[in-house]
Ligand binder design. Structure first.
Ligand code: ATP
Ligand code: MG
Length: 430
């Protein structure tokens, strides 16, 4: 006797995008490609799996991601520790170093795809989620930082999204952070009593991250902490002012948030986030900044870089609030047929329609005219083309508009010569 098979479901925190939602994903991806072309960015794809040490090195040991969020496992074949990418930047940087891309000219690159983090699933927080990742490698100035931010603003406006706000900060350079760090550790030591477990653990390993806490009991302590901004030297300040001036040129409003440090270790100078109050607790839809030290840290010759990532699920959620779902049809033309020769003729005609750019479904299998019409209707097609023995004998097809212009009412059928069918339909679906 065979045992009943327990139904297999998706892994918690990993979502299916069913066809209706899939259409939204596709149109977002189309927007992104056009948007990236407009700024001269080129698509790049790196593997989902990388050596674990790329991320521990590149992201930093004392970060949420490396401490508790990575999907890592040992490759049974050779004992290597591998990790499903929790973000794109480390892999993108590894690839540009490995293939010597950045040393003769700067690279403007982007990627879209799944990333993996072991987090507690909730709205806007998943274990497999998707990012749009954009990187400018080999460029050092505030001009490119500002352009990246302006670029993101353009995406929001082209999607019709409002109510996203820009927050900005500068993390300065290593020496400046070291001076600030000493002052900060002193401050934390003086307020040990309010630090939670994470805070105590990170106090010496990553004190800046302690300020990034969401724990309400630590807010007052964090607000009163020495501000990194006050430790910045002239060059760092000039860089920051250069970014701000260009944002003003572009008419982009921002708020300076001196406590923003971003989750990853590798940032310096400009950091930014776009936040919204329309997504509940998961407020950040885009985060980025400059990471001039990373390329060297993961084995390349020193080169500056800046980039950002957008969470696609959060973006789709937000976009949907401005542009409610529109039902998407499966095709423009649906072929209804009777008899084998009619079906075969329909299949050939359908290829000619597709050549002409008309999306076409030929009813698969047999079925009464009535049943086939029902399918034609649920497909959302604008037009049904009917081919039976009589039509074939006369060298014509019957064409029926399923959705008359501006109404949902079907119209009368009309006969069109098969020689003329493509031209006729092309006129109709325009
Ligand atoms: P958060 O503070 O929300 O955890 P983060 O700082 O970890 O965000 P980044 O590493 O900067 O996020 O990733 C860039 C973007 O990816 C975020 O701004 C967010 O839109 C999205 N994102 C991050 N984690 C998740 C997740 N678990 N599920 C869905 N989207 C996410
Ligand atoms: Mg996070």
């Amino acid at each position: 006797m065979t045992q009943a098979f327990t139904k297999v479901t998706a892994i918690r925190g990993m979502n299916d995008a069913l066809p209706g939602v899939g259409a939204r994903w596709e149109s977002l991806e189309e927007y992104v490609r056009a948007w990236m072309r407009a700024y001269g960015y080129r698509n790049m794809r790196t593997p989902i799996l990388e050596h674990t040490r790329l991320f521990t090195r590149g992201i930093g040991e004392v970060t949420d991601i490396v401490e508790k969020e990575m999907y890592s496992f040992t490759d049974a074949l050779n004992g290597e520790s591998l990790t499903m990418r929790p973000e794109f930047t480390a892999g993108m940087v590894r690839a540009t170093i490995e293939h010597n891309l950045i040393y003769d000219r700067p690279q403007r690159v982007y990627a879209m795809g799944p990333v993996f983090r072991h987090e507690r699933p909730q709205r806007g927080r998943y274990r497999q989620f998707h990012q749009i990742d954009v990187e400018a490698l080999g460029l050092a100035g505030p001009d490119i930082d500002a352009e990246m931010i302006v670029m993101v603003a353009r995406l929001w406006s082209s999607l019709g999204i409002q109510d996203v706000k820009l927050e900005l900060n500068s993390l300065g350079q290593t020496q400046e952070r070291a001076a600030h760090r000493a002052a900060l550790v002193q401050h934390l030591e003086a307020h040990k009593d309010v630090l939670d477990e994470d805070g105590l653990r990170r106090m010496y390993t990553n004190p800046l991250r302690v300020l990034d806490t969401k724990n309400p009991a630590m807010q007052a302590m964090a607000d009163a902490a020495p501000k990194l901004f006050d430790f910045l030297g002239d060059e760092s300040r000039a860089h920051f002012e250069g970014v701000c001036a260009r944002l003003q040129d572009a008419g982009i409003a921002y708020r300076i948030n001196p406590r923003m440090v971003r989750g990853l270790d590798y940032y310096n100078l400009t950091v930014f986030e776009w936040v919204t109050d329309k997504l509940g607790a998961q407020a950040t839809i885009c985060g980025g900044g400059r990471y001039d030290g990373l390329i060297e840290l993961v084995g390349g010759k020193p080169a500056p870089a800046v980039g950002f990532a957008i969470g696609m699920e959060r973006l789709l959620d937000l976009w949907g609030q401005y542009q409610p779902e529109t039902s998407q049809s499966e095709c423009e033309v649906y072929f209804v047929h009777q008899g084998e020769s009619a079906q075969r003729r329909a299949a050939v005609l359908a290829e000619a329609l597709r050549d002409a750019g008309i999306s076409t479904i030929v009813h698969a299998g047999a079925g009464s005219f009535k049943a086939q019409f029902k399918r034609a209707d649920t497909s959302g097609a604008a037009i049904a083309v009917i081919l039976g023995d009589d039509e074939l004998a006369a060298g014509v097809a019957s064409v029926k508009m399923l959705r008359a212009q501006g109404t949902n009412a079907p119209t009368e059928q009309q006969q069109v010569s098969l020689d003329n069918l493509v031209a006729f339909l092309k006129e109709k679906v325009k």
